[in-house]
Structures are given as C-alpha cells and as structure tokens.
Design a protein around this ligand. Structure first.
Ligand code: ASP
Length: 600
C-alpha cells in the first residue's frame, strides 16, 4: 500500500473555502476542510462533493491516484469530516455544470484525511425536501446543515450587520440593559427567575427593555439601540416564540416623523442587502381609523385591492331584515367585491360563512353581479336604489361576487378582513415577491372592556396621547374613548406587524393621570415603576422609540412560512426545545436552595 502524500504545512491556517473556488484558482493547490455532502464511486473514479459554510465543490480521485488515496476516498460516507488537499483544475467543457456556482472547476485530490466519521444522518442533508418538523428540531445541528437553513442563518447575520452599520452611522449607541430585573408592562405574562440569595424574591425576564431605554434617555444617551432577546410567556397559538429578538430603539428630542424616517432608512438598507432591491421611501401612511375602514384590520396586506366598502347609507331603509336589525342596534354593513372566477359555488360560500363564525359572524350574504345585473343570493331583497348604490360604491363593471355583512363593527371587520385575505390567496392575487411596507398611525390610546368596565392601554402605559386629546382625558367615557389617540405607530410589511413604538410621556403629571385611568393605583405604580417615575422628575427629555421584531422581518424577507425557520434554535408551539429537552425537571436540592416547592 502506497502512502498518501502528507501535507507539510499546518493546514488549518492555509484553508480555502469550497464555495469560493473558481477558475481564477486553477493551478493552485488548496486545503479544504468540510463535510462529505455526497460521494459517487464510478469504479475507477470517485467524485466527492465537499461542503463547508460557503457551499460545495467537487473533489476527484481518479484512476491515476495512488492506491491509498483511492481506498481513503472509497471509505467515505455522507457527513464524514475531511481535510482534502490538491490542485484546482478547470473541468473539461463536457463536464462543466453551469447551474452550480463552482461547476466549472474541480479539485484533484492529492490527499484526503478523515478528521471524523459520522453516523448515518436521520435525513439526507443534500435533499431539498424538508424532513418532518419534529425530526428537524430534534436533530437541529443536522437541520442547520441543510441549504435553506444555512441561507437563513447567514442572511440573518447579514441583516444584523447591516442594522448595526446603519445605526452606528446614524449616531446611535449600542447599550445593554439587564436580563434579570422587574416585570415590564407589555401586557404578557412574565417568565420568573427565583433569586437564591434573596429568598422568596423573583426576577422577571424582560418582555422588552422599555423602562431601561427610557431611563437611558434621561441619562443623556440620546440615541440608543440594542438587538436584544425579549421574553413573553404567552400561549403560542400563532407563530410566536417565548423568546424572540427585538431591534430596540429609543431617541431623545424626537418626533414620530424622525423615528419613521430612520426606520425606513434602516429597513431599506436591510432589504437592499438581503433581497437586492430598493424599496420606495417614504413608506405610505394610513391612520388606524383608515385601516379599519378600508381593510378591517390594523395590519393590512396592501399587495392586492379587494378593499372593504361601508354600505350603511345604501341600506339605511332596507327591507332585508338581517341588515335592518343590525343597523337598528348600531351595527354596520360592509362588503367586499371579488372577481367572479366561477369558483363560488353554494358549497364554497357556505364554507366561508362557516369559517367566519369564529369571529362571531352569524351570517354572510352574497350576491352575484353578472356584468349588467344582479343574480342569486340576496338579489330579491335589493331595491333599484340599492342595486345602483352597490354598482357605484364598488365600481362594478365585469362579473363580480359580492360578500356583504351586517353586524357589530368588530365582527364585520374581523370577518371581512379574513375573507379578503383568504380569497386573494385562493385567487392568486398576491404578488409573493412584493414588499409592501406601511405605517399605521394614530392608534387609540385606550381600549374599553365592557365586561370589567375598565380601560386598558393599547400600546403600553408610557405612550403619550396626541396633544389635542389631553382635554378629553378629564371626561373620558366609553363613548368618547376611541377619540383619544396615541402618538403611536406600527410598521407593517405584507400584512404583518413588524414593529411598533410611540412617543413617551416624559412628565410625571400626565403619567400619573394615565395610570389612574388605567386603574393602576399610586401604590401599584410605585411598587412597579417608582424608579421610572422618580427619574422623570430629574430633567427627562422628550423622547420616543420603537422596536422591530427581527425574527418576523427575516421570515418575511426570506419568504419563510414560520419564524422557526429563521431562528437557529427555536422552541416548539409548546415552548419546548426538542434538541436539549428544555424545559426540564430540576433536582430537589436545587429547589430547596431556592426555597421552592412544586405542586404536583
Ligand atoms: N417596548 C415596545 C414593545 O416591545 C416597543 C416600543 O414602544 O418601543 O412593543
């Protein structure tokens, strides 16, 4: 058996990367370190695709290679870790693979050293097909080797670098705030951490750095950012994670306009670096009321039309009982008109009506417009004036299907915004490549809960009311509460809220007033945030900020279906890490040290 040629240099330092090799390296001898992606033994000649973080390259052991090298190569299996050494050479024209980035070259192996072997992976790393999610999460280290996960993690790295560069260039300071602290009022449940040395006391993991970033403004660091983990112990119904990453910003001496412009610049840079396109700035702006009126939601997807139209005036004197009774009790009639592509059978409409029951909808009325007349559905209840009104309001010309609803405004809005999106998806009306950013402004400051007769903060209790609304605070009623607007804004991308923020209250007088409306007693306020309230008395500058959800931004930019696909080590819907098996039981000794008894 002939000896393999041994490298005579310390090889790690001389490393080349598989995916970076090209024709310009032809003739150069390279040290490659990576994993065997695939190996094909064609008898006399063995092709190995070697993979590292930059991609793959073909390594060849041919008929003329020494016997020991051939033996080493034929013992290779998928996912073995190897060091290959040899010259780069151009491939013969008939062997060029134009669809592969390194397809014009290959590396002729002079030596192949196995640095470690591998068990057979539970799923193939080289297949574009995704294994089941449970398997992926259990073997996350292998899942992360797959192309789409490598792309997600590397693009996320790029995104974070772009953000830091932008923010550093725009005079922001990156400052860390504590992870072990008191509860922050973002409205979710806290994760608690028992203190061993302060028996019976608990830290709360931050739901956001809200109070600390405000304090930093009071300390004079007039532009702050942090790319920071936040924790909310919520039921993970939607695509949420118990821990997630926020891009958290705060500014002193600022207006909503300044904040919005900075965020637009930041996101435009990110989109350019991740997707290679320019997004038009400034982003369109809609008020909360306009959003609800036109789309039925405060996070509208504006990549398609199908806007909601209010029809109260058209049906003011209707004889149609369903509409009449809803209007009589202060409800509203709204509808959408969608292209009639012949798919709306009785059955599909019944199914849609069924789906919106979850929003409290009791019924869904339909009527077909054929191009010149109404047909089917509620046609027999429509007077001539109502028909003319519908044609005009929806601008009907070609064949359309109208979905109409009468109920309390919230039920109508929730149901129609759901139908609008569902039908747009079914009819392929959404341009999946589009990135429609939008600002939503002028949110209500409070929401009224008729069951408890109390007011809650829509954003958080430190959000400043718009100056014109201050007087109403003194005679607030459930009827006028919606007119009190907050200096709050959300940024929405393709129908998902990706961030939100506000101008903050910076005087104790208004802050106490808001606390008392929210039913937060002086005692409770003092216990929870006395440090902020006190700090506000020591020359707090006017300030405001925003936080962006990094996971969501990445998911949307990479067109992934779940935020789990852009997080290296996510939790399942039940908040578990299938790889490490967290959360886990702890020993009685650990519990005793913390003075904790668990209730079985
Ligand atoms: N702290 C807020 C949040 O986490 C964002 C902000 O107001 O800046 O939603």
């Amino acid at each position: 058996m002939t000896e393999q040629k041994k490298p005579d240099v310390p090889p790690f330092a001389e490393r080349s990367y598989c995916g970076e090799l090209g024709e310009s390296n032809a003739g150069k001898s390279v040290h490659l370190f990576g994993w065997v992606h695939t190996v094909r033994d064609l008898g006399g000649i063995i092709f190995i695709h070697l993979r590292d973080v930059t991609g793959t390259v073909q390594v060849v052991v041919d008929a003329a290679s020494p016997q020991a090298l051939k033996e080493a190569a034929s013992s290779l299996k998928s996912e073995f870790v190897v060091h290959a050494l040899g010259p780069v050479r151009k491939r013969a024209p008939e062997a060029v693979n134009p669809s592969h980035p390194t397809g014009t070259i290959e590396v002729l192996a002079e030596s192949i050293e196995v640095l470690n072997d591998s068990l057979v992976p539970p799923f193939p790393i080289d297949s574009p097909e995704q294994p089941g999610e449970e398997t992926r999460l259990k073997y996350r280290y292998l899942d992360l080797r797959r192309d789409d996960m490598q792309e997600a993690i590397l693009k996320r790295h790029t995104c974070v670098q772009t953000m830091r560069r932008y923010l550093n260039n725009h005079r922001f300071f990156e400052i860390e705030t504590p992870t072990l602290n008191k509860s922050t009022p973002e409205g979710a449940r806290d994760f608690l951490v028992p203190s061993r040395i302060n028996r019976g006391r608990f830290y709360a993991l931050p739901q956001s750095p809200q109070l600390f970033k405000q304090i930093l403004m009071i300390s004079g660091f007039d532009r702050y950012y942090q790319i920071v983990k936040c924790f909310r112990d919520e039921d993970l119904r939607h695509d949420r994670q118990p821990e997630f990453t926020q891009v958290d910003l705060e500014f002193s001496f600022v207006t909503p306009d300044i904040i919005m412009r900075e965020v637009e610049g930041l996101l435009a840079d990110v989109v350019r670096d991740i997707r290679g396109i320019d997004v038009p700035c400034p982003f369109p702006r809609l008020t909360y009321d306009q959003c609800m009126e036109r789309f039925g939601t405060d996070a509208p997807d504006t990549r398609f039309n199908l806007e909601l139209r209010r029809l109260d005036d058209i049906f003011a004197n209707t004889g149609f009982n369903l509409f009449k009774s809803a209007l009589a009790v202060g409800g509203t009639v709204k509808g959408i008109a969608v292209p009639d592509n012949g798919t709306f059978s009785r059955k599909t409409v019944d199914q849609l009506a069924d789906e919106i029951r979850r929003f409290g909808a009791k019924g869904l009325a339909t009527v077909r417009f054929t191009g010149d007349a109404f047909d089917g559905g509620i046609t027999k209840f429509l007077g001539d004036g109502e028909k003319a009104g519908l044609v005009h309001r929806f601008g009907l010309s070609g064949p359309m299907m109208l979905f109409l609803m009468a109920d309390a405004a919230a039920v109508v809005n929730d149901s129609l915004s759901y139908l609008r999106l569902k039908i747009a998806r079914q009819q392929g009306l959404i341009d999946e490549d589009a990135l429609n950013f939008l600002w939503v402004t002028d949110f209500p400051l409070f929401e009224y809960d008729p069951e408890t007769g109390s007011y809650g903060a829509v954003h958080h209790p430190f959000t400043a009311p718009t100056p014109g609304c201050l007087e109403t605070l003194d005679h607030l009623t459930p009827e006028n509460v919606a007119t009190v607007k907050a200096q709050a804004y959300d940024v929405v991308l393709n129908g998902s809220e990706i961030g939100g923020g506000s101008i903050r209250i910076h005087t104790t007088g208004i802050q106490s007033r808001i606390f008392s409306i929210l039913g937060i007693s002086d005692e409770e306020a003092n216990e929870k945030f006395s440090f902020l309230l006190e700090a506000l008395r020591f020359g707090a500058p006017p300030h405001g900020g925003i936080a962006l959800g990094l996971d969501r931004v990445m998911m949307l930019l990479l067109k992934r279906h779940s935020i789990r696909d852009v997080i290296a080590f996510p939790k399942t819907q039940k908040g578990q890490c299938l790889m490490s098996d967290a959360p886990s039981h702890v020993s009685d000794h650990q519990l005793a040290e913390l003075s904790i008894k668990t209730v079985k």
